[in-house]
Design a protein around this ligand. Structure first.
Ligand SMILES: Cc1cc2nc3c(=O)[nH]c(=O)nc-3n(C[C@H](O)[C@H](O)[C@H](O)COP(=O)(O)O)c2cc1C
Length: 393
């Protein structure tokens, strides 16, 4: 089949140091995003997943908790997005090191995230550091394509181009969340071959249209990734590979540049000490997505399998796809395991929600013990700085 136009040129992204937060409720507000951005131990920052139209968050049913895989139950009440639990140590004591959540997406609309980032750029907060913001999005294929177009324009508008002249500035990437397990009647599209192809094609077309209208100018492409759910059998991985390879065939190059594996594992139930579901949920059963310690083995298996399949592809652009490994990393060992199975960078959510920015200090080795309020010297007033900077946005 002939290629509709010339391949898109996208400079490969760099996440250095290779540690970041993954999409989560602790990446909802400007203060949250600045907190992760200001840490010297992160090489990128991911936003919470947003929609063009926003998400109707109801705190009675969209919740999270932590639980102990040892005791098998949650010792906590359902928590709201603002809560960072002050875990006393890495193992979490009674709180435990796994999480369950019944969230949908961010109540803040996609355009607001662009406004926050534009504000940070214009206030000079991003000068001196080329740390990408990975904007997590979802919606229909058409809506995701629209997000892609808007991010491309944002990346290339005058203010962004200017901001990058001094060695720092604004860089955005887009991560398509195709794997949230908590939306009633909407199974994660990444489990379905037809849906995957639709999303990848929509992104390719958005990138090609942008390339065509701006073909005379110097422009910066957009690194686009897919967030995948934990796959459990080989045919699911092959569906992913085949969707990526067929897009490479059709468009001359694969429009997907990274895969973030994995999201939470759906259909999980955690009870409290009295035997009641620990969380509210859209269908009332308290069933949600599990992460943290309990997810680590399946996430590692997914990263290794995806890396092996990509590496064996005959398509150059598919072999070049990078992996952000996520799932149950809470220290140096887990970080090392993710890297050893093929992750270019490693992201965390549960440990970040449990401990806060000290989690980055600990994973990167800047502190040797971690727990309540423990951060390295460089991060001592980071919360305060993030709050102050966010104030004017
Ligand atoms: C409370 C909570 C909310 C989450 N919300 C999102 C989300 O909005 N979008 C997304 O792509 N992943 C979301 N995730 C999944 C995480 O980004 C991550 O993929 C998963 O939790 C595995 O990493 P972990 O074991 O370090 O938590 C959420 C995870 C948790 C714990």
């Amino acid at each position: 089949m002939s290629s509709p136009t010339a391949p898109l040129d996208v400079t490969p992204f760099k996440i250095s140091p290779p540690l970041l937060n993954s999409s989560c409720p602790w990446a909802t507000t400007p203060q949250h995003l600045l907190r992760a951005y200001l840490s010297p131990h992160t090489g990128a920052v991911t936003t919470r997943t947003s929609l063009l139209k926003g998400f109707d968050q109801d705190l009675e049913i969209h919740q999270h908790t932590f639980f102990s895989s040892q005791s098998g139950h949650s010792a906590l009440k359902a928590l709201s997005p603002e809560t960072v639990v002050s875990a006393k140590d890495l193992e979490g004591g009674e709180i435990g090191t796994s999480s369950l959540n019944t969230y949908g997406y961010s109540p803040i609309v996609f355009s607001e995230y662009l406004r926050y980032l534009r504000g940070m750029r214009d206030a000079g907060y991003l000068n001196g550091n080329l740390k990408p913001f990975i904007v997590s999005v979802t919606g229909s294929p058409e809506e995701v394509a629209e997000c892609c177009t808007r991010l491309l324009k944002f990346q290339n508008e005058q203010g962004s181009v200017e901001s990058r002249k001094g060695g720092g500035g604004l860089i955005v990437m887009m991560e398509i969340n195709l794997s949230c397990p908590n939306i009633p009647d909407k199974p994660p599209p990444a489990y379905d071959a037809t849906s995957l192809v639709e999303y990848i094609s929509a992104v390719a077309k958005a990138q090609l249209s942008f390339a065509q209208i701006s073909s005379n100018q110097e422009r910066m492409g957009l690194n686009v990734g897919i967030k995948t759910p934990p796959y459990t059998y080989s045919a699911q991985f092959k569906v992913l590979l085949s969707a990526l390879e067929s897009s490479a065939e059709l468009y001359g190059t694969c429009p997907i540049h990274f895969i973030t594996a994995t999201n939470t594992l759906g259909s999980c139930l955690v009870m409290d000490v009295s035997g009641e579901p620990a969380l509210g949920s859209a269908n009332g059963m308290g069933i949600g997505g599990m992460a943290g310690d309990g997810l680590h083995a399946i996430s590692l298996g997914n990263v290794k399998t995806i890396w092996t399949l990509l590496d064996g592809s005959e398509k150059n652009s598919v072999r070049n796809i990078k992996i952000i490994g996520v799932g149950g990393v809470k220290g140096k060992d887990g970080f090392g395991r993710m890297r050893s199975v093929g992750a270019d960078a490693v992201a965390v959510a549960t440990v970040y929600g449990r401990i806060g920015v000290g989690a980055f200090c600990y994973i990167s080795g800047a502190v040797v013990v971690v727990g309540e309020g423990m951060v390295c010297k460089e991060c001592e007033n980071l919360e305060f700085r993030a709050k102050n900077l966010a104030y004017s946005l």
